[in-house]
Ligand binder design. Structure first.
Ligand SMILES: [Zn+2]
Length: 69
């Protein structure tokens, strides 16, 4: 039979395992969010100018482009 002290130890071990698993899971989510945000920022900020065809921050940053004046 399991003694109460062994049951308590088992419970503590289970809580520790759950806590470690949750910490790792949260860390993975944070890194995934950062990666997706970085990917989004590069794709969102760069747009192709309809006039000169250059990939620039909107509005067009090309000096020769008629849009930038
Ligand atoms: Zn342009």
């Amino acid at each position: 039979m399991l003694s109460p002290s062994k049951l308590i130890t088992l419970g503590i071990v289970l809580v520790l395992v759950w806590f470690i698993f949750r910490t790792i899971e949260r860390r993975n989510n944070v890194t995934a969010d950062a990666a997706s945000k970085a990917k989004k920022s590069t794709t969102v900020e760069m747009t192709e100018c309809a006039v000169c065809g250059a990939w620039v921050d909107s509005p067009c940053a090309e000096k020769d482009c008629p849009i930038s004046g």
